[in-house]
Structure formats: C-alpha cells, structure tokens
Design a binder for this molecule. Structure first.
Ligand code: HEC
Ligand code: HEC
Ligand code: HEC
Length: 112
C-alpha cells in the first residue's frame, strides 16, 4: 500500500513536470509600448527564470501580448502602473536589499 502511494506521488510529479514543459512561456524578449518615452525591451525569459512566479507580473495583466495596452485603453489599468508598481518597485527593493537589480533610471528601460 505504501509503495503504491509512492508510485502515485512520483507519477503525479512526472506528469506535472510535463505539463510545465508544455506551458506557453512566450518570447524570450518582449518589446513594450512606453508612450512618449520610447519602447522598453523586457527580458521576459530572464525574469521567468529568476522570479519563478509568473504571477509576480501576471496577476496584474494576462499572459497575452498587448494586454497592458488593452487594459490601459479600457481604463482598467492606470498609465505607468505596471512601470511604477511592478518593474521599478521590484528593482528598487532588490537594490535596497543589496541584490542584483534591474534598471531604475528612465533610459535604463526606455529607448533600448
Ligand atoms: C517581470 C514580469 C513578468 C513575469 C515574471 C512573467 N511575465 Fe509573461 N509577460 C510579461 C509582459 C510585460 C508581457 C507582455 C504584455 C503586453 O504585451 O502587454 C508578457 C507576456 C506573456 C505571454 C504572451 C506572449 C505572446 O507572445 O503572446 C505569455 C505566454 C507569458 N507572458 C507567459 C509567462 C509565464 C508562463 C511566466 C512564468 C513562467 C511569465 N510570463 C512571467 C511580463 C512577465
Ligand atoms: C524598469 C523599467 C522602467 C523604468 C526604469 C522606467 N519606465 Fe517608464 N515604462 C515602463 C513600462 C513597462 C511602461 C509601460 C507600462 C505602464 O504604463 O506602466 C512604461 C511607460 C511609461 C510611459 C507611458 C505612459 C503612458 O501614458 O502610456 C511614460 C511617459 C514613461 N514610462 C516615462 C518614464 C520616465 C520619465 C521614467 C524615469 C523617471 C521611466 N519611465 C522609467 C518601464 C520603465
Ligand atoms: C519581482 C521583481 C521584478 C519585477 C516585477 C521586474 N523585474 Fe526586471 N529585474 C529584476 C531583477 C532581480 C533583475 C536583475 C537580474 C540580474 O542582473 O541578475 C532585473 C533586470 C531587469 C533588466 C536588465 C536585464 C539585463 O540583462 O541586464 C531589465 C531591462 C528589466 N529588469 C526590466 C523590467 C521591466 C520592464 C519590468 C516590468 C515589466 C521588470 N523588469 C519587472 C527583478 C524584477
């Protein structure tokens, strides 16, 4: 009985790792619309590998290209909300904690 339980759990683990491998992770780099300040190249894959948790960003907008702009256009997301509350907030916190961090200055993100 105990063995069957172990096999069952092992099976579930193997299965869920296949499911993860099939997950659409999107492109390696995503170019975002930065309005008058110019486009932003987001190293998407780097963030996925680093943060592990997709919801660090995708609890705010869905896993779909153009979703930030769409939500902004519908008035469901404030302009610069993602920039200030996700991107810059996290980079600042990481920097403050003395860890490797992303850009905080405008030109570090915009126009690259
Ligand atoms: C650092 C923030 C961040 C994290 C973490 C993140 N994403 Fe994204 N993701 C984005 C942004 C930004 C977009 C583009 C949204 C837009 O264009 O408005 C996006 C778009 C996508 C897309 C759509 C790509 C396409 O070509 O249509 C998929 C799929 C996706 N993400 C999957 C994931 C998965 C799976 C994870 C976790 C393993 C993840 N993302 C983690 C920020 C993130
Ligand atoms: C860590 C990356 C990052 C940094 C640093 C950054 N931005 Fe952004 N910015 C973004 C992203 C992502 C968007 C698009 C999503 C949004 O509107 O939140 C954006 C959007 C914008 C927009 C367009 C808003 C609109 O009306 O549609 C402006 C203007 C802007 N940023 C100005 C700035 C200025 C000025 C600075 C420096 C003080 C700055 N940004 C620093 C990532 C960044
Ligand atoms: C929850 C934390 C977190 C969020 C949210 C986040 N980042 Fe980052 N980002 C990081 C960390 C940590 C690094 C440093 C990676 C390293 O150097 O190892 C980084 C690095 C970067 C870099 C530099 C990559 C390089 O190759 O030097 C860019 C550009 C960047 N982030 C843009 C963004 C943008 C745009 C957003 C919002 C759409 C965003 N980040 C959201 C944590 C975050």
């Amino acid at each position: 009985m105990k063995n069957r339980m172990v096999f069952l759990i092992a099976g579930i683990l193997v299965f869920s790792s296949f499911v993860n491998a099939d997950q659409n992770k999107g492109p390696e780099t995503i170019v975002l619309d930065g309005g008058s300040k110019g486009k932003i190249a987001l190293p998407h894959l780097t963030h996925q590998n680093m943060l592990k948790d997709c919801n660090a960003c995708h609890s705010t907008f869905p896993q779909k290209t153009g979703s930030i702009q769409a939500l902004k256009a519908e008035g469901k997301l404030e302009n610069k909300f993602v920039m200030n509350n996700l991107c810059i907030a996290c980079h600042r916190a990481e920097k403050k904690a003395g860890k490797p961090s992303g850009p905080i200055s405008c030109s570090g993100c915009h126009g690259n």
